[in-house]
Structures are given as structure tokens and as C-alpha cells.
Ligand binder design. Structure first.
Ligand code: IPM
Ligand code: MG
Length: 383
């Protein structure tokens, strides 16, 4: 029997290409696991009306953790158009299977490291203060994104239910909405709990403490989102008091987009609710060479699903063109979580070496090599 059982979820588009790259490296490193193939993604939405079939949920329950490629998500109207004819009239609503998975398995923490590796031609050479002559700006950030609450929980309405509309219109400040008429309104909510805020802030501070990081920055917008943003900010401030050695500061989501562009090297650990974490993690990925370099881990108390931050890039599907490094850094995160520390270190060193040497590169890095060429080069050093 293998030591680990890994739920194998390539998903859509280039998810398949990068997962093949992952397998190549895992096998070269003689990782002792059985891989359980699981159906997930667009194909299953179109055919079965469910992008996350029950059999997949069940299969996951008996595995150690999951490895996930990428997913194609489309807005509701477009999604319904692609359903099999017999499913079209069933009133099915599309919901991103990865978002659903995070909620179902209570994977409350999405950890997203963004680190620049020396020699990457895509490293940020931006306007950082103290970098007037150019050169790579060293970026080493870890984002802690709350993963199960906020505006991604799917509490949405169109049109708005009568009861909610009536309650809204009873408020004189809502006059403008009343005039627009119930049938013309859509409502998406942002719901956050004290427990959710505490959990994500705790993860961020504990990570900083364990790793000797000196700064934790909260990304919010409490001056406008007064209730939810206010809740998160209060929790963050209270918690900061029990970490005296760490500088805890706050930035609004809009402002940090500007500051990150000017001085990314100043930031270390970032903590945010779901949507702001989603936004800021793409921004940070851009600072270390793009989504080809951004791994992530969806962490619960007992289960975890590892996935690169990038999407399914349908136009490149099956072409073995895209960069597998985000996926391979994701495998490194899986090793960390499993306590396979030596393997994690070895894999990261192999990735860093291939980047530094610059001999094998996918198109995004200016090369002509394939996804699997890069994986093989990394596997050779990691084996
Ligand atoms: C991500 C992605 C997903 C998200 C999408 C595909 C639902 O953007 O993992 O960052 O928003 O969480
Ligand atoms: Mg995203």
C-alpha cells in the first residue's frame, strides 16, 4: 500500500497539461502515493449539470489530500447555453466547483506565496524606491486569503426576493432603488463571521511568527464596507496585540494596488477576506513573473487541496505550451503540508536552478520549450 492517497483533479484546459508535468516530477522523485482520478470541471457541468459530481466528493473523503489543475468558469447565462439539451430546462445554476470544494471541505485558508527567483527574466524591475537603476526587485510575499466566506459564498439574487426588496425600500435612503423596480435589481452579498476573520488572521500571524517575518498587512476597505470591513479590522487589531514582535499594518485594497506597484519588496505577509485576497494574489503573481509562478494551497484543519493560482487558459489547452512552474511549486506546498520537508526543499531548489540557468524555458519566459521539457529539466535535478 502507498503511503499517501492523492485525489487527482486535472480539471479543464491546461489543467491537464500541468498535471501531467506534476506527475512526471512526482514519479521522478519516487513519491510514494496512489493517485485517484476524480471528475471535476466544465465537461461534467455540460454533460451532467454538475461540475463537482457526488462521486468526486466521495472519492476525496478517502484521500490524504487533493491536487488540482484548473477550472473554466463562466457567468450563469453563458453556462446554461452549454448544457446538454435535456438539462437546459431544469433550472440548474452553475457554481464554480473549486469554490464549492473549498466550502464543502471547510478549506478555510488559501495560502498563496509569491516569490521572485533569481534569473527569471519576468521578475519585476519596477519603480521600487531605492531601485532607480533598475534590476530585479526581490519579492517574497505570502498571501493568506479567507477561503469560505465573503462575497464568494453564492448568496445572490436576481431579481431580488419580494421580502428583501420590501425591507430595503422601507429605508428612506433606498428611494433610488425603489424607483428602479425590483425586476431591474441584482444583489450579491458579502457575509463574514468573527470566527472566519479570526481564523485567517491567526493563520497569517502564526505563519509570520514561525518564519521570522516582521510585517503582517491587512488588506481591507473598512472606510466603505463599514460592517464587514470593520469586523475584520477589529479582529486584526486585537490579535496583533498578542504578536508584539510583528508590525501589523492596514491598507485599503485600492491603495495597496498602488503601493505594491511602487514598493513590493516592503511587503511580507498579507491577510485578506476572500475577494480582496483573490484580487491581491493576482497582483502579487504579476510581480514575480505572472500566473506561471504562483502556487496555492487550500487548507482546512484535516484536509487540503493544492492548486496553482492560474486558470484553465482554454486557448492553450493540450498544446503543452504553458509554464508548469506554478503547478510544481504547488506540489512543493503539498510536500510541506505532508511533512515531506526534504522533498519540498529538493523540489524548490531544482525549480530555482532551472530558472537560474535559463536553458529550458516556456514561451512566457521567452523560450520555445514545452511544459513537459521544463518538467523534465526540473525532475532531473529533483530526482
Ligand atoms: C482563484 C480563481 C478562482 C477564485 C475562480 C476560478 C473561481 O480566481 O483561485 O483565484 O476566484 O477563487
Ligand atoms: Mg483568482
Amino acid at each position: 500500500m502507498s503511503k499517501y492517497s492523492i485525489a487527482w483533479m486535472p480539471g479543464d484546459g491546461i489543467g491537464q497539461d500541468v498535471m501531467e508535468a506534476a506527475r512526471l516530477v512526482l514519479d521522478a522523485m519516487r513519491f510514494d502515493a496512489e493517485y485517484v482520478p476524480c471528475d471535476i470541471g466544465w465537461e461534467f457541468w455540460c454533460r451532467e449539470g454538475n461540475a463537482l459530481p457526488d462521486r468526486t466528493v466521495k472519492a476525496l473523503q478517502s484521500t490524504t489530500c487533493g491536487l488540482f489543475g484548473a477550472i473554466t468558469s463562466k457567468p450563469q447565462d453563458d453556462a446554461v447555453k452549454e448544457l446538454a439539451p435535456e438539462l437546459k430546462s431544469k433550472g440548474l445554476s452553475y457554481f464554480s466547483p473549486i469554490v464549492k470544494l473549498r466550502q464543502m471541505f471547510n478549506l478555510h485558508t488559501n495560502m498563496r506565496p509569491c516569490k521572485s527567483y533569481p534569473g527569471n527574466p519576468l521578475n519585476y524591475r519596477g519603480t521600487a524606491l531605492g531601485n532607480p537603476g533598475g534590476g530585479d526587485v526581490p519579492v517574497d510575499q505570502v498571501i493568506f486569503r479567507e477561503n469560505t466566506e465573503g462575497s464568494y459564498v453564492g448568496v445572490e439574487f436576481r431579481p431580488i426576493p419580494e421580502a428583501i426588496y420590501t425591507a430595503l425600500c422601507a429605508n428612506p435612503k433606498m428611494k433610488a432603488w425603489k424607483e428602479k423596480g425590483l425586476e431591474n435589481l441584482a444583489l450579491s452579498t458579502r457575509i463574514m463571521s468573527k470566527q472566519g476573520c479570526e481564523s485567517i488572521c491567526r493563520q497569517a500571524f502564526e505563519f509570520a511568527k514561525r518564519n521570522g517575518r516582521k510585517r503582517v498587512t491587512l488588506v481591507e476597505k473598512p472606510n466603505v464596507l463599514r460592517e464587514t470591513g470593520g469586523l475584520m479590522t477589529r479582529v486584526f487589531r486585537d490579535m496583533a496585540e498578542s504578536y508584539p514582535g510583528i508590525w501589523a499594518d492596514e491598507a485599503n485594497i485600492d491603495a495597496i494596488c498602488m503601493w505594491m506597484f511602487k514598493n513590493p519588496q516592503d511587503y511580507s505577509v498579507l491577510v485578506a477576506e476572500n475577494m480582496f485576497g483573490d484580487i491581491v494574489s493576482d497582483l502579487c503573481a504579476g510581480l514575480v513573473g505572472g500566473l506561471g509562478f504562483a502556487p496555492s494551497a487550500n487548507l482546512g484543519d484535516k484536509y487540503a487541496v493544492f492548486e496553482p493560482t492560474h486558470g484553465s487558459a482554454p486557448k492553450y489547452a493540450g498544446q503543452y505550451k504553458v509554464n508548469p512552474i506554478a503547478m510544481l511549486l504547488t506540489v512543493k506546498m503539498m510536500f510541506d503540508w505532508l511533512g515531506e520537508n526534504e522533498r519540498a526543499t529538493r523540489l524548490e531548489a531544482a525549480i530555482a536552478r532551472v530558472i537560474r540557468e535559463g536553458k529550458v524555458r516556456t514561451y512566457d519566459m521567452g523560450g520555445k520549450d514545452t511544459t513537459l521539457d521544463v518538467a523534465k529539466a526540473i525532475a532531473a535535478y529533483a530526482a
